[in-house]
Design a protein around this ligand. Structure first.
Ligand SMILES: [Zn+2]
Length: 574
């Protein structure tokens, strides 16, 4: 027995030191090394579970690794939903793999320290989200980054930036993420990255949710307690934690601003479901092993804080879910205010010497001249749009891609059983602009405007009706309100409604206009006025006929009318 015990100790000691050295150097594992390693860890330790929860565009699966689940494939997800859970996403940008190594080191340490679970939250991490990007390895695609020796590429197998894909869901990866996210319903979410941009002293920076978009209970918890306490604790461990350095101008002297975490981003998406979310951004110019330790320090501090404040987190999320359902207005399209605060910043002096090759001035940070000073901090956003929240939305059953996305996001709705007529408000688009170059596979729309028309809608069997009083209401408004910055309309889901399908021949239609004008006195008056005021109109047969056509019964009602409707009244039969 004694012999057996010492052999066991010997084996675990060897395991620990081996694993320690394996992930702390300047190397990050390949996809297959990573998954093979986690398979073997989960095989040897039943407390560590590994699940393939869906595919990626590359074809290989996306895994989630769960520590402190219930060690039962079905009950683990139930446990995660019911108890406090942290979800960490790695390698959405595989050129920024710090989180992969940090999670592996954390796992090794947890095992070596005896797999303690007292008050530990459920810890879930996606080891490799962008599988295709991870397989596309090189040592050159991050031109400004200090290690590791090899790493993956930002674009996925279809060259999509997955950190813009959480609403439009063009990738299979996004569907798998949705599956993982909704199965776990994490209380806290972290997306691990490496920075671009300025040089400064910090290794560890973070993005937290735009405070104006958050429910008050979560805003108070995160900005009032969580971030100040985590910053203090990390500082005591020699890790200065600082907001992500998003520059207002060319250098930090002109100030930095808070990031607008739109729903298209991982953390913005998670925030719509009242998950407390962060993006960790380690500094690209610090060596990889140091960045990994910084990511690990954030992770450990986050786990500790969550462990010690689980009840407050749960209560604040509950209050946030109630708050979301109580709202009568949805505010969106936030713009950065010019109002400035200031923040104590540890940077480096800079100068603009002339570069010999270009013959032009270049920016040069001087690491031998560190400074600490107050710089401007723009951290206030103002909503530029708001709408009164309807009781229900209706989406036409023909919009299968939209309905599929709502279903994947666990949005509660019911299907209409039989055809009937119903009074709704209909969005009729009056103007919009489209980008002239593709952005993430889309000619995305912006500056959308519409008129809200009272309309008798012919509800079809299969159409879906979505109550807005549900915990995911912020997600629902963000995708269905046409003017919202990441709406399905903006992401081109409804483009087919923006084009007329029928036209007329002038020589035929001209014989009808007398009858049309005679039957509509108001139209006749408008026509006569326009003809007298507008010279180009007066001289164009087409313009005159189209004017009458577009206001007559011959005009197609589907043109510019979105297949999304809203119901203000809560009285719904059917
Ligand atoms: Zn990134």
């Amino acid at each position: 027995m004694k012999v057996l015990f010492s052999i066991f100790c010997f084996v675990s000691l060897i395991n620990y030191s081996f694993s320690q050295s394996k992930w702390t150097g300047n190397r990050t594992p390949t996809y297959s090394e990573l998954i093979d390693h986690l398979k073997s860890v989960s095989k040897n330790h039943s407390e560590v579970e590994l699940y393939a929860l869906g595919s990626s565009d590359y074809g290989l699966p996306i895994y989630v690794c769960i520590v402190n689940g219930s060690q039962d494939s079905l009950r683990t997800f139930e446990k995660a939903r019911n108890e406090t859970t942290i979800l960490i996403n790695n390698a959405i940008h595989p050129g920024e793999p710090d989180g992969i190594n940090a999670c592996l080191i954390w796992l090794d340490k947890w095992i070596a320290n005896g797999k303690k679970v007292d008050n530990l939250p459920v810890i879930a991490f996606i080891p490799a989200y962008n599988v295709g990007g991870m397989i596309n390895r090189s040592s050159t695609s991050r031109a400004n980054q200090n290690g590791p020796d090899e790493y993956g590429f930002r674009g996925n197998a279809r060259n999509l930036d997955l950190n813009r894909d959480f609403i439009k869901m063009d990738s299979e990866n996004a569907f798998t993420f949705c599956n993982i996210f909704r199965a776990l319903e994490p209380d806290v979410f972290v997306d691990n990255h490496v920075s671009n941009g300025a040089d400064y002293q910090y290794t560890l920076t973070y993005i937290s949710q735009m405070k104006e978009r958050m429910a008050p209970s979560l805003r108070n918890l995160v900005y009032g307690t969580m971030l100040p306490e985590m910053t203090k604790n990390l500082r005591s461990k020699k890790w200065g934690l600082f907001p992500y350095v998003e520059l207002k101008g060319e250098t930090p002297d002109e100030g930095i601003y808070a990031f607008n975490d739109l729903p298209r981003y991982a953390m913005g998406y998670a925030g719509l479901f009242n998950s407390i979310s962060f993006t960790v951004e380690t500094h690209m110019l610090k060596p990889f092993p140091e960045r990994v330790q910084a990511t690990l320090a954030f992770m450990e501090e986050l786990i500790d804080w969550t462990k010690n404040n689980a009840n407050r987190i749960e209560q604040s999320r509950k209050n946030a879910n109630n708050w979301v359902q109580d709202q009568s207005w949805f505010r969106f399209n936030y713009e950065l205010s010019e109002e400035r605060d200031s923040i104590n910043f540890k940077g480096y002096e800079h100068s603009f010497p002339v570069n010999e090759i270009t013959g032009l001035k270049r920016l040069l940070y001087d690491r031998t001249k560190p400074y600490q000073k107050m710089i401007p901090y723009f951290n206030k956003y103002i909503p530029t749009d708001s709408v009164r929240i309807p009781d229900y939305y209706i989406v036409g059953c023909q919009e299968k891609e939209v309905i599929r996305r709502l279903e994947m996001n666990h949005i509660k709705f019911r299907k209409i059983q039989k055809d009937s007529l119903i009074d709704v408000q209909s969005f009729v688009v009056t103007s919009f602009k489209s980008s002239d170059r593709p952005y993430e596979g889309h000619f995305k729309h912006k500056e959308m405007n519409y008129e809200l028309i009272n309309f008798k809608y012919k509800l079809k069997a299969g159409d879906i009706i979505i109550p807005t009083k549900q915990n995911s209401a912020m997600f629902i408004h963000s995708v269905l309100q046409p003017k919202a910055e990441d709406s399905y309309f903006s992401w081109n889901f409804f483009d087919s409604y923006l084009q007329e399908k029928e036209y007329f021949s002038n020589y035929v239609f001209i014989d009808k206009i007398q009858e049309i004008l005679d039957s509509d006195a108001k139209l006749k008056e408008e026509y006569i006025r326009k003809k007298s005021e507008d010279e180009s109109f007066r001289n164009s047969e087409w313009q005159q006929l189209y004017f009458i056509y577009s206001k007559s019964n011959y005009f197609e009602p589907s043109f510019m009318r979105l297949p999304v409707y809203q119901l203000i009244s809560s009285k719904i039969k059917n």
